[in-house]
Design a protein around this ligand. Sequence first.
Ligand code: AMP
Length: 283
Amino acid sequence: MEILETPAAARAWRRGQPGPVGLVPTMGYLHDGHLSLVRRSLAEDAATVVSIFVNPSQFGPNEDFSRYPRDEAHDLAMLGEAGVHAVYLPAVEAVYPTGFQTSVDVERVTQRLEGERRPGHFRGVATVVLKLFNATGADRAYFGRKDAQQLRVIRRMTLDLDLGVAIVPCDIVRERDGLAMSSRNVYLSPEQRAAAPVIQRALKEASAAWLVGERDATKLRGIVERRIRGEPLAEIDYVSVADDVSLDEVEGKATAPVVISLVVRFGATRLLDNVELGLPGGR
Ligand code: AMP
């Protein structure tokens, strides 16, 4: 497994790969959710490169950049065992050269939800992902459905800027009790951790209602909100029922696939989750 520390090293590695390259962008502190993306790439691509980069530009001034969990040795051991070909592990200075002043703004699809609550977040995400695509020359890139808006922002950027990278969405991997795996779950106290599966239960209730024909967005939001409000440690940041592609909020009846996404706070920790409804294949 090669360790690549600069964009130049990543490009040189890419030039040495005869076949398609898959990229799995991460911020490290890896768990089985990340590994599911890695395994998918290993199955589909001639070579897999995983990036580990806690990107300062996607964190707000009052967010958790400096305390974001990190464990490089453990991450590298996991990736070595999984059989990845290269890890791109650049320092902040290697990604943001002195005088850096160029970034990517994806417009409409970043306006609401996470983009609204975390100003500048998706500018940081889009910019760093474009840089990761450029450095690694990836043919395919793997993103979790857990970050629903991020996935749509990356798809939009890739299409709009003719990047020619195939974006591969991967299903949400959950703990046994239904909580979506996340590096940030370590922030939860034992009591908060025990209460957190309420998020998945709420989404399941809304999915069940959808399956028996409920299409009223207000009612679907209400089902989720009511269930979460029943949990005293949980505080709703938002619950959204939105068009699956544009992320425009649905008012009235849903006539196309939707994504129900939400952020629930447990103390200072924001947990994201979502479910897509009405897609062919019945996801
Ligand atoms: P992160 O390290 O949190 O930036 O996540 C890196 C990638 O892994 C993103 O594409 C995430 O959507 C994806 N990911 C994180 N958690 C999960 C999960 N529980 N299931 C599937 N994908 C995930």
